[in-house]
Design a protein around this ligand. Sequence first.
Ligand SMILES: [Zn+2]
Length: 347
Amino acid sequence: MYRDFAITEVAYLLHLRLVKTHNNISADYVCPFCGKKKLNVNLTNNKFRCAACGEYGNALTLYAKLNGLSNSEAYKKLKDEEEITSIGYITQSPQPVAEKKVYVPDTELRALLNAFGLSYAHRENLKSRGLSDSQIEKYNFKSLLLIGQSNILNGLRQKGIDIEKIPGVYKEFSSYKLNCSGKGILVPSYYDGKLRGVQIRLDKYSKRKYIWLSATAKGGVSSGSPVTYLKGTEKEKILFVTEGILKAIIFHELTGCSVVGVPGVDCQTELPKIFTETRCEYIANVFDMDYLTNPNVKKAENKLKNCAEKHNKKYIRLVWDKEYKGIDDYLSSSKDYVMNGLKCLKA
Ligand SMILES: [Zn+2]
């Protein structure tokens, strides 16, 4: 199915910025997932991979991932685009691309979250995962509404907020909009206290439950797919690594431990910096239990292990009843048991 559309055509449609071509066999673009200039697309097999953040896939999944669609929805949309052909050639010319400015949109994202409320259903959903009302307030979880977004954004502008710095905001004609495909819970991603991105946990989804608030595909700011890093006490010996932003928050709040939540098992570019800085002796892998059956997760685990060892950390893999896929599910069902286990581990 993905061979029906040339990946360079899809890249063009998505406004990806071309950096370099390699003899018309492959080309490097600015990665819409992490913002680095390392998204390599291969014209012969119609696939892509980012050497920086590890995102990979084909022409169809590239379009689907960036628009929060299932592959079949993406297929239908691309079929409707008359310009899209299956013959791959590079129509753009490479442009000099400035190094990505490192900017933390903490103030702007806080202002955006403050403009939304949290629905009863979403609050109950978060509570069912073990979070208390005060923890929900502390992280500023909100409900994304689809109506009235332009009003919210205009209101923020009038208050002097530079909304063009907010991942997910884009301009269409003269009005500002948020790029989102559905309603859901806004899940903030913090790095040592700073807000760097927001995910949407979609109420209705066909394939991807979590998508970033990001508007690369519409000429706005990319999410940059940031990791979540929540620190425990100074004396922590173990740094846990899990997959998922909400999962990391739940794990941190329920255990008090230091945790990193990577947005995808393969998105490990920020780990070397964190492993260099942390005083923790151990890196504990708490990726989902599907590592037993999913070869991609298994591969990512090896990458994590190598990275930990390269930074002189002792690596451990925690396992639990595989009926519970994520550590968060296991924690909310058997909290005392897990807490005892963690106590022994830390001793
Ligand atoms: Zn990338």
